[in-house]
Design a protein around this ligand. Structure first.
Ligand SMILES: C[S@@+](CC[C@H](N)C(=O)[O-])C[C@H]1O[C@@H](n2cnc3c(N)ncnc32)[C@H](O)[C@@H]1O
Length: 277
C-alpha cells in the first residue's frame, strides 16, 4: 500500500485517464496557450494538459505556453513535481493554494482553467467559478469533471455500493472494533445535480458549451485504489484511522465484486466545458 494516501495509484487507472482525456479534448486547447490546472493533485491531468499543448509531444511547449498547477496539498504537489520533472521542454509552474482564491496567484488573463475531480470537495463553488471568470480572457474556457454529483451512481450499481459498504463496515467492526463517526456521516453534503452545476456556471456569466454524462466501467482495482486515497476514505469512513479504514474498504470491495460476480461496476462522470463570452 502507498503510505501517503494520495490519488497517485488510482490516477493511473486507464478508465480514469480516459475520462480526463475526454474533458481535455472537449476544451479544444491549442499549442502555446496558458492554462491553469486547479486541484492538480499528483499531476495526472497536468500531464495531459502539457501533452495537449505540445501537440502530442511533436511541438515543444515554451513560447509563452504555461501550465500552472494550483494545489493546496504539499504532499500531493511533491509527488506531482517528481512525476513531471522529466517532461521535456514543458513549462509547468506549481503554486500552493485553493481554488477559491487562485486568481491572485496567476498572471492574468489565461486561456483555460481546469478543475478535475475536485469541485465536489469545495463548499464555496460559486467563488471558484467567479475566480475562473476573473482569470480568463474573453473566449477562454472553464472545464471541470466530477463523479460525485446526483446521478453518479446508476441504479444498476446500487446493489454493489450497498454490499461494499456493508462488508467494509462489518470487517472494520469485527477486525478492529472501530466504527465511523455517525454524526459526521450524517453531515455529508448532498451533491449537486447536473442541472445545478450548469445553473451555477451560467449564473456567473459563462456559456455552457459542452455538458456530458459519461458512463465509466470501474474495475475492482479502481475501487481498491480509490480506497487508498485519503479524501475518499475520510468521506466514506469519517473519524476512522486511514490505514484501518482503507483495509476494510478494500476488503469490502473485493467481497462485493466476488459475491455479485462482477467484472466492472458502472459510475457516471459529469463533464462540463463553459466559455467566457
Ligand atoms: C481527487 S483529487 C484530483 C486530482 C487531479 N485534478 C485529478 O483529476 O486527478 C482532488 C484534489 O483537489 C484538491 N483540493 C481539495 N480542496 C481544494 C480546494 N479548495 N481548492 C483546490 N484544490 C482542492 C485536493 O487536495 C486533491 O489534490
Amino acid at each position: 500500500m502507498t503510505s501517503d494516501f494520495t490519488l497517485e495509484k488510482f490516477s493511473q487507472n486507464p478508465f480514469y485517464q480516459e475520462v480526463n482525456r475526454r474533458l481535455v479534448a472537449l476544451a479544444k486547447l491549442r499549442p502555446g496557450q496558458r492554462v491553469v490546472d486547479l486541484g492538480a493533485g499528483t499531476g495526472a491531468v497536468t500531464r495531459l494538459l502539457v501533452a495537449e499543448m505540445a501537440n502530442g509531444g511533436s511541438l515543444p511547449v515554451g513560447q509563452g505556453a504555461e501550465v500552472i498547477a494550483v494545489e493546496p496539498s504539499e504532499t500531493a504537489t511533491e509527488v506531482a513535481r517528481r512525476n513531471l520533472e522529466n517532461i521535456g521542454d514543458a513549462v509547468v509552474r506549481f503554486v500552493q493554494g485553493g481554488a477559491e482564491r487562485f486568481s491572485q496567484l496567476v498572471r492574468k488573463p489565461v486561456d483555460a482553467v481546469f478543475f478535475c475531480n475536485a469541485i465536489h470537495l469545495v463548499k464555496e463553488k460559486a467563488a471558484v467559478v467567479q475566480e475562473a471568470y476573473r482569470s480568463l480572457r474573453e473566449g477562454g474556457t472553464f472545464s471541470f469533471n466530477t463523479s460525485f454529483f446526483q446521478g453518479a451512481e446508476p441504479p444498476e450499481s446500487f446493489q454493489f455500493y450497498r454490499r461494499w459498504m456493508m462488508k467494509a463496515l462489518r470487517n472494520l467492526r469485527e477486525k478492529e472494533g472501530l466504527f465511523p463517526d455517525r454524526a459526521q456521516r450524517a453531515l455529508a453534503r448532498q451533491p449537486l445535480s447536473r442541472e445545478e452545476y450548469i445553473a451555477l456556471v451560467e449564473a456567473n456569466g459563462f456559456h455552457v458549451r459542452e455538458n456530458e454524462v459519461v458512463p465509466v466501467p470501474m474495475t475492482l482495482k479502481g475501487f481498491e485504489d480509490i480506497s487508498e486515497y485519503s479524501l475518499f476514505i475520510e468521506g466514506a469512513m469519517p473519524g476512522v484511522p486511514l490505514e484501518s479504514a482503507s483495509k476494510a474498504l478494500k476488503y469490502g470491495a473485493r467481497g462485493a465484486f466476488e459475491e455479485l460476480g462482477l467484472e466492472t461496476s458502472p459510475r457516471n462522470w459529469l463533464l462540463v466545458v463553459a466559455s467566457k463570452e
